[in-house]
Write a protein that binds this ligand. Structure first.
Ligand code: PLP
Length: 429
C-alpha cells in the first residue's frame, strides 16, 4: 500500500498504523485465493451475458405499462433471463415480492396443500421462516395453521444426515427444503457438491418429492446453482446477490414450470398467475444488477476472506474457516462478547457511504426472536449485498458480516471495526 493511501486512512479515518499494517499483512496471505474467485466470476459473467443475448434483451424491454401490467414485456424478459441463468423452465421475478422471506413463503404456500408434509433437512430454517412455518412466534396464517405437517432434521456434524432423511421421507412428504446459506447459525454453507449428493441420494428412492432450495446469499458463488444439480425450485432475494446492488427491491423464484405456475397463482390469483403484475419500470435496474452480480459477488467474497483471515489470526473462530470452500457470501465471526458485536457493527456502519454518521443499536426486528443489531448503510435500504453486518444478541455472540460492492469498501469496513475494537481494548494486537 502506497503512503498516500495509508495517509488517507490515518488522517481521514483515524486508523492506527498498527491496524493498517495488520490488515495489509493478512491480505498478503490470502491474495492467492482471489484467483479462484476471479475464475468463477469470469464464468458467471459469460453465463449471464449469454442469457441476456439468448433472450434478445432489447432497449425497448425497459419500457413499462400501467394498470394490470398485461404485456409488460420487460417483466417477461426479466423472467425468461432468470430462467436461463438458473437453467430452469420458468421463473418469477418481481419487485412486488417484498423480500427473500416473501419469495420463499410464496414457494411453500403456493405448492403445499393441507395435509402435505414439509421436511426441512438442513436443520432449523432461517429465523423468519420459522415464523412462516409456525414453529416460532404466534403469527396468523402460518403453514401449520393451514394444515401443513412440518418435520425438521438437524444436521449431523455440519452435514445433511442422509440416513435420517431416507427414514423420514414417506409417501406423505410433498416437499423437502434445503437451506444453502448459513443463516443465523454457526454452520458452513452447503456447497453445490453437497446439495447434488443429497438430491442424488433422495432420487435413489423417491422421484416424487419436490426438492426446494433456499438459495439466499448463494447465487454466483459457484459456477453451478442448485437447479443445475437437480433442485426442482429455488428462491431468493433481489437485494442480495442476484440484484448486484442495483435492484431496488424484489425476489425471485425459479424452477419447473408447473411449480412456478402454482407460486405465481399464490402471488397474484389462481387464473391470473404470471400474466399480470406491474414491473413498475424496474426491469432496467434488475437487469443491470444481474449483469453486475457475478462481479459484485466476487468483491464481497474477497471481503469475506480478508475479514476471516484478520479475525481468525486474532484467535476468534470464523465460519467458514479461511480454507473452507465457500457457498455463500456470509462470514460469521464468533466474538464471544456482546460489546464486540456492537463495536464491529458500529465500525461497519461508520464505513458506509450512506448513513455513516448513524450509530446502530440492537432492536426487536420484525420476524426475529432475539434483539438484532444491524449495520447497514446501503444505497438500497436493507440491502445485504452491500457492506453490512448483523448479529442477533444471543450467545456465543456471532457477528455475520456480508456484502460490499467493492473490495476496497470491505477493507475499509474491516479497518474501522478493528480500529474500534482495538481502541476499546476488546482485542489485543
Ligand atoms: C436473508 C435470508 C432469508 C430471508 O430473506 P429476507 O430478504 O431477509 O427476508 C432467508 N433465508 C436465508 C438463508 C437468508 O440468508
Amino acid at each position: 500500500m502506497k503512503e498516500i493511501t495509508k495517509n488517507i486512512l490515518r488522517k481521514e479515518y483515524n486508523i492506527e498504523d498498527k491496524i493498517i499494517e495488520y490488515v495489509i499483512g493478512k491480505e498478503k496471505l490470502i491474495i492467492e485465493k482471489f484467483k479462484e474467485i476471479n475464475e468463477i466470476k469470469e464464468y458467471n459473467q459469460y453465463k449471464v451475458i449469454k442469457a441476456m443475448q439468448g433472450n434478445r434483451l432489447s432497449s425497448t424491454d425497459f419500457y413499462w405499462t400501467t394498470g394490470y401490467g398485461y404485456g409488460d414485456i420487460g417483466r417477461e424478459k426479466v423472467e425468461s433471463i432468470y430462467a436461463s441463468v438458473f437453467n430452469t423452465e420458468d421463473a418469477l421475478v418481481r419487485p412486488t415480492i417484498a423480500s427473500g422471506t416473501h419469495a420463499i413463503t410464496l414457494t411453500l404456500s403456493g405448492i403445499l396443500r393441507p395435509g402435505d408434509e414439509l421436511v426441512a433437512i438442513s436443520g432449523p430454517p432461517y429465523d423468519t421462516l420459522q415464523k412462516v412455518i409456525g414453529v416460532k412466534g404466534n403469527s396468523q396464517g402460518t403453514l401449520i395453521e393451514y394444515g401443513v405437517v412440518y418435520k425438521e432434521i438437524p444436521l449431523l456434524e455440519n452435514k445433511i444426515d442422509l440416513e435420517t432423511v431416507r427414514e423420514t421421507i414417506s409417501s406423505k412428504t410433498r416437499m423437502v427444503m434445503i437451506q444453502r446459506s448459513t443463516g443465523y447459525s454457526d454452520r458452513r454453507a452447503l456447497t453445490i457438491d453437497e446439495i447434488e449428493e443429497t438430491i442424488e441420494s433422495i432420487r435413489e428412492y423417491n422421484n416424487e418429492v419436490i426438492i426446494m432450495v433456499d438459495n439466499c446469499y448463494g447465487e454466483f458463488i459457484e459456477t453451478k446453482e442448485p437447479t443445475d444439480v437437480g433442485a426442482d425450485i429455488i428462491a431468493g432475494s433481489l437485494i442480495k446477490n442476484p440484484g448486484g446492488g442495483l435492484a431496488l427491491s424484489g425476489g425471485y423464484v425459479a424452477g419447473k414450470q408447473d411449480l412456478v405456475e402454482r407460486v405465481a397463482n399464490r402471488l397474484t390469483a389462481p387464473g391470473l398467475g404470471k400474466d399480470c403484475g406491474l414491473s413498475f419500470g424496474t426491469s432496467r435496474t434488475t437487469m443491470q444488477g444481474l449483469f453486475l452480480a457475478p462481479h459484485i459477488v466476487s468483491e464481497a467474497l474477497k471481503g469475506a476472506l480478508v475479514v476471516a483471515k484478520a479475525y481468525k489470526d486474532l484467535g476468534f473462530r470464523v465460519v467458514p474457516d479461511v480454507d473452507d470452500k465457500r457457498s455463500d457470501i456470509i462470514q460469521a465471526v464468533e466474538l464471544l462478547l456482546p460489546e464486540r458485536v456492537s463495536e464491529f457493527c458500529i465500525g461497519i456502519q461508520a464505513a458506509s457511504a450512506v448513513d455513516s454518521y448513524v450509530t446502530p443499536e440492537a432492536w426487536d426486528m420484525p420476524g426475529y426472536e432475539d434483539k438484532v443489531i444491524m449495520a447497514a448503510g446501503g444505497f438500497i435500504e436493507g440491502s445485504s449485498i452491500e457492506l453490512s453486518a448483523d448479529g442477533p444478541m444471543r450467545e456465543p455472540y456471532y457477528v455475520y458480516y456480508q456484502g460490499g460492492l467493492t473490495y476496497e469498501h470491505c477493507k475499509l469496513g474491516l479497518l474501522i471495526s478493528l480500529n474500534n475494537l482495538y481502541k476499546k481494548d476488546l482485542i489485543s494486537l
